[in-house]
Design a protein around this ligand. Structure first.
Ligand SMILES: [Zn+2]
Ligand SMILES: [Zn+2]
Length: 342
């Protein structure tokens, strides 16, 4: 089933025609739990990886490991809780059977942190085939974008995973790596659940703080006027959350800087301002009433902002419910990526 973003509740370029100079296109990935294969686009799915190509490992010093777990422990924990959520109505408390309670791993019980001293196998995060991803980003002679990350915090990267984008040509892969190595330990937040994708292009507008100051000020005033009318029962919308930048996992488009205000994202190798490649998001929407919620999905009350599967299908959690914004250098896809958490 496709996922379709509803029309924006306000045609914002009709209100502010100058925004037509600050427009872009993002591809919302709409990840949903499934069973992706190496031959399909996915979040958290297996990668099309040549047998003769070494699997990437992270050799950074992992000096901040608040709660390391073995991946199989995390998967068992999620499988048991997932089954329980699956039979729980929205207005009910989650209840486990006695057997589930006995089998549920205690995530307070961590794996030995010393395991982080060994090289950590990176984990598949995103795989995008050019054929089913409008707006595909990558070198012209490639048709698969793969993103892996080291599933631990890195103190020199703002306590985020270290990311590794890889581009390749599917026709060149030949014999496939059948059993990629798994990391010895992961942070539970950085182990994506297997999801299939429903890519959809949407129009976006630049983050308010990066627009010409005078335009940003007029938009803020417009929002304020609308908020006053809201008291009389008219709905109010936010440029930031309803009209400019789509929430959730996406390819391309604009980054949102609502946490820190815009910071420079310049290429570490050549100094060129970078562009947004991918967004790994904790939440797919900003809540049940979010105007970005696909028309095919329910808006029942009672599922607000939870880490339940319907709003966090990938189970990835960035910081306290933020997103990881991953940038590329427009001069060369071979230059190192940049990341920020917002
Ligand atoms: Zn690492
Ligand atoms: Zn560069």
């Amino acid at each position: 089933m496709a996922r379709t973003t509803p029309p924006r509740p306000v045609d914002i370029p009709a209100v502010f025609p100058e925004l037509r100079d600050h427009v872009g296109t993002a591809t919302r990935l709409h990840p949903r739990p499934g069973a992706p294969t190496v031959h399909g686009s996915s979040v958290g799915g297996p990668l099309l990886w040549p047998a003769q190509e070494p699997w990437p490992h992270c050799t950074d010093e992992h000096d901040y490991l608040p709660s390391p777990h073995r991946p199989e422990t995390v998967r068992r924990w999620r499988r048991i809780l997932g089954a329980a959520w699956g039979r729980t109505r929205r207005d009910e408390q989650l209840q486990l059977t006695e057997q589930e309670q006995a089998e549920l791993p205690d995530l307070d019980d961590c794996a030995p942190a010393e395991l982080g001293e060994q090289p950590i196998a990176m984990v598949p995060v995103v795989q995008l085939y050019r054929r089913d991803t409008p707006g595909f980003l990558g070198p012209d002679d490639t048709d698969v974008l793969q993103l892996l990350w080291c599933p631990l915090d890195h103190s020199d990267l703002g306590y985020n995973p270290r990311v590794l984008p890889v581009w390749r040509r599917a026709a060149d892969v030949g014999e496939l790596l059948s059993a990629p190595p798994e990391p010895l330990i992961v942070s539970e937040s950085y182990l994506p659940e297997p999801c299939v994708l429903h890519p959809e292009q949407v129009r976006e507008y630049e983050f308010g703080g990066l627009l010409p100051r005078e335009l940003d000020k007029r938009i803020l005033q417009w929002e304020q006027d609308m908020a006053e009318r809201d008291a009389d029962g008219e709905p109010a919308y936010s440029y930031q959350f309803d009209l400019s930048i789509a929430p959730g996992w996406k390819l391309g488009g604009f980054a949102s800087w609502h946490l820190t205000d815009p910071g420079p994202m310049d290429c570490a190798e050549c100094g060129t301002p970078m562009r947004l490649l991918l967004t790994a998001a904790t939440y797919e929407t900003n809540g049940p009433a979010d105007s970005w919620r696909p028309v095919e999905e329910s808006r029942e009350p009672g599922e607000f902002m939870s880490l339940q599967p319907d709003n966090s299908p990938t189970a990835v959690e960035i910081g306290r419910g933020y997103s990881l914004w991953i940038f590329y250098c427009p001069v060369s896809f071979g230059h190192p990526p940049g990341t920020t958490m917002q």
